[in-house]
Design a protein. Structure first.
Length: 239
């Protein structure tokens, strides 16, 4: 099972053995993805489901802020109504509590493994600015250099600031531009100048380089971790 429904805990047959089967099939698939060094979207999905289980256990239930952005108001209302119906049934609630008690340590164990892989990948990414850093760095270019493959993935980045109930947070959007084979004697500074001549949309862009020293999958691992490294760096500079 490649994915777990947002409301897997309360939808369909509420039976301990059935839910255990569904959960273990999902976790087995995530385990195989981690073994293949593919982190995303599996790690973020694990975090989402784990937080929901903790919320349920603590009596907070399916808190709206835990849901991904793509969930609709209708979906959320459906989940809320499902819970209101279930909470009045003591037998069902007892079964749900048993499922949650079984699921939490299994999620926690796999999350630990995923975080370990994430930390390893992050420790093998080196971030630096190419050339002079402009004052405005909310948009620019990112060069992700796969050192083993000698390929440079070039992206335009743009940072957006979102407000929530506690603190504003930054998100980063990447638009793929091109892949450039790295030549032995070509510098990243020269590549930046070539980018500025080719892409004239940004007048004075910041250009960041992230060197990936491990040959892991680009879309599922290197790029998502690189995005988080860059947005954290930009957030620290803006603080």
């Amino acid at each position: 099972m490649k994915s777990l429904a947002h409301n897997w805990l309360t939808e369909g047959l509420i039976d301990f053995e059935y839910k255990k089967y569904v959960l273990l099939a999902y976790l087995k698939n995530v385990q195989s993805e981690f073994e293949a060094t593919r982190l995303y979207p599996y790690l973020s999905d694990l975090v989402f489901h784990y937080q929901n289980l903790l919320s349920f256990k603590e009596g907070k239930h399916f808190l709206r802020q835990n849901f991904p952005k793509q969930i609709t108001q209708a979906d959320f209302e459906k989940l809320r109504l499902q819970y209101e119906i279930l909470v009045d049934d003591d037998e069902i609630m007892q079964t749900l509590e048993e499922i949650v008690e079984f699921a939490i340590p299994n999620f926690r164990s796999l999350l630990k493994e995923g975080k370990s892989l994430y930390d390893y990948v992050e420790s093998h990414l080196e971030l630096s600015i190419v050339g002079i850093a402009p004052l405005y760095q909310e948009e620019g270019y990112l060069m992700l250099y796969e050192e083993i493959l000698k390929n440079i993935q070039v992206y335009e980045y743009q940072v957006s600031i979102f407000e929530n109930l506690e603190n504003p947070y930054r998100a980063i959007h990447l638009q793929y531009l091109e892949t450039i084979p790295k030549k032995i004697f070509e510098t990243f500074e020269n590549l930046k100048l070539a980018l500025l001549r080719k892409y004239t949309k940004l007048p004075n862009p910041a250009t960041y380089l992230i060197v990936a020293k491990v040959p892991y999958p680009l879309q599922e691992t290197l790029l998502p971790v690189a995005k988080r490294v860059l947005v954290r760096h930009l957030s620290q500079k803006a603080a």
